[in-house]
Design a protein around this ligand. Structure first.
Ligand code: NAG
Ligand code: NAG
Ligand code: NAG
Ligand code: NAG
Ligand code: NAG
Ligand code: NAG
Ligand code: NAG
Ligand code: NAG
Ligand code: NAG
Ligand code: NAG
Ligand code: NAG
Ligand code: NAG
Length: 413
């Protein structure tokens, strides 16, 4: 067995519909040497019914943030395998398979240890139960990321045992270490295409320009759990789309709410990705480091949204951007609003921004490279000040010269 399996774990916290109880998202990565074959950002709940003295009891066990890639995982052959182990002898297994066009989870299994009395109080059984099914909702086109934020449940046929997945981003048969930015979105996440009521037109409030967006703290951790990408910014979306309710193309300006945004991402030596999954839109920022010049910049920005008022999925991308240019080991900062045009129908407005996608130490920003607009905005008062000082000087000289001349004039008379 020459395979080296590396476990990549990052835990993120996100809020479900504003509840204060945070669920855990786990990022699991199966590698063969340096190449990743499966990467999964998973949140899941297991509903398990087990025997107690006078009947049965049902518990809901969340997949904990401490889950790791177990020894049963492999990148071998045509059916790579992800085994996430957690707690006292529990595991979740996904075996993939593909037909040349799509890949899917061919074998989904859950192993739970009923002798873990902390998880299964009063259990009368001490068994290790293994349940498997070959019907799973996870299926996507090859070379795309399967995305399903909505909960989807799979019954494991056992005595009342169900897995509920949510906030899922995963890919198998990967050709790079990063999740593809092309996604296969599950049907539960795509807007329902039920016929709009034809009787009364829906009256939507005219979009008002929102206030300055709240500043969010978006940081990404690498496999060792240390922050490797730091970002603090307020984000505002400027979306131009065809409104179903208004039967015309409209511009909507809307703010990203940090506390309703799920953060994920990855860090490599010369590329780093930040994924923000929100109620309104999903944003993906890809930063590139040029290792010869030690300069980085935001090179790709993807945005997708599927609002009820949109007739189709809004999905845009630009991979030749040159925004947020900074130097390795330093952060890029912009206190003024920056407008970042991405495509003709979408631009991103940033406020109070500070990012550092590479060379982060001790979870702190390095010294800041300021944006040009900010330098310009400081330059303006300097230029104005200098011009005023110059003007005063000229007036003074003119006055003195004039006075000298008039004195001379008086003397001749
Ligand atoms: C999220 O932020 C909004 C606006 O600041 C606030 O009204 C709301 O209470 C926050 N929700 C949570 C769960 O923190
Ligand atoms: C794996 O990465 C190491 C260090 O980054 C490199 O030296 C080695 O050649 C890589 N191996 C393969 C098979 O790519
Ligand atoms: C998962 O379980 C937690 C804790 O029991 C619960 O609050 C949450 O609603 C569940 N989420 C889903 C999607 O079932
Ligand atoms: C039997 O079940 C009931 C309710 O489910 C519970 O109140 C009671 O304590 C149980 N008895 C024993 C012996 O566990
Ligand atoms: C994998 O196996 C090795 C040795 O066989 C063991 O030390 C290690 O704890 C195992 N890891 C997991 C996550 O089970
Ligand atoms: C997936 O990508 C790889 C490498 O980029 C390519 O060789 C392969 O043909 C692609 N497969 C499909 C189904 O697009
Ligand atoms: C599915 O996986 C489980 C656990 O790895 C295994 O016991 C079972 O035989 C597999 N089932 C099929 C149909 O491959
Ligand atoms: C996304 O899909 C398009 C069209 O299928 C393809 O041209 C592009 O290369 C894909 N991008 C990635 C990152 O796989
Ligand atoms: C994680 O990031 C820290 C800080 O940037 C770095 O020192 C460490 O080598 C990284 N670990 C991995 C596995 O990339
Ligand atoms: C939004 O985008 C449109 C079209 O690019 C532009 O005319 C408008 O000024 C932008 N508004 C804001 C607030 O960014
Ligand atoms: C939408 O507008 C077009 C042209 O402006 C018009 O022909 C069409 O009837 C309108 N549709 C609805 C549902 O109002
Ligand atoms: C890095 O920058 C240099 C100088 O601008 C350029 O020639 C080179 O192509 C860049 N390298 C990459 C990988 O972009």
């Amino acid at each position: 067995m020459t395979h080296r399996l590396l476990a990549g774990i990052a835990t993120g916290c996100f809020f479900v519909l504003g509840w204060l109880t945070a669920a855990h998202a786990v990022i699991l990565e199966v590698k063969n040497g340096n190449s990743t074959c499966i990467k999964a950002d998973i949140s899941a709940n297991f509903t398990i019914t087990y025997p107690i003295t006078n009947g049965t009891k049902t518990v809901v066990v969340p997949l904990p943030g401490s889950a790791v890639v177990g020894n049963g995982s492999s990148c071998e052959g045509d059916s790579p395998d992800l085994l996430a182990t957690f707690g006292d002898g529990h595991s979740l297994g996904l075996v993939f398979s593909n037909d040349g066009h799509r890949y899917h989870v061919a074998n989904l299994s859950l192993t739970y240890n009923l002798s873990d009395s902390a998880t299964f109080p009063q259990s009368t059984s001490k068994d290790i139960t293994v349940l498997t099914t070959n019907t799973s909702p996870i299926s996507a086109q090859l070379n795309t990321t399967y995305r399903c934020l909505s909960p989807s449940s799979v019954n494991l046929g056992g005595p009342g045992v169900t897995i509920t997945f949510f906030n899922l981003h995963m890919q198998a048969y990967m050709h790079s270490a990063n999740l593809s930015t092309n996604e296969t979105v599950c049907s539960a996440d795509t807007p329902t295409t039920t016929a709009a009521p034809t009787t009364t037109p829906i009256t939507t409030a005219t979009p008002i320009t929102p206030t300055k967006p709240e500043r969010g703290n978006y940081s990404v951790e690498n496999s060792t759990g240390t922050a490797c990408l730091l970002a603090r910014m307020g984000l505002q979306l400027n979306v131009t789309y065809f409104s179903k309710s208004q039967n015309k193309t409209i511009v909507v300006i809307t703010n990203v709410q940090p506390n309703k945004t799920h953060i994920s991402g990855s860090c490599e030596s010369t590329s780093a990705t930040l994924l923000l999954t929100g109620e309104l839109a999903n944003l993906s920022f890809a930063f590139t480091l040029n290792s010869t010049t030690n300069k980085y910049h935001l090179s790709t920005l993807n945005m997708s949204a599927s609002w009820e008022d949109m007739s189709e999925l809004f999905s845009v991308s630009n991979s030749s951007l040159q925004y947020m240019q900074g130097t390795l080991g330093r952060s890029y900062m912009c206190s003024v609003e920056e407008v970042l045009p991405v495509v003709s129908t979408f631009s991103l407005n940033t406020f109070d921004l500070q990012v550092q996608p590479f060379g982060v130490h001790n979870n702190e920003f390095g010294p800041a490279d300021e944006c040009r607009m900010q330098k310009d905005s400081m330059l303006v008062p300097i230029i104005v000040g200098a011009s005023l000082a110059g003007l005063v000087l000229i007036v003074l000289i003119a006055y003195l010269v004039g006075r000298k001349r008039s004195h001379a004039g008086y003397q001749t008379i």
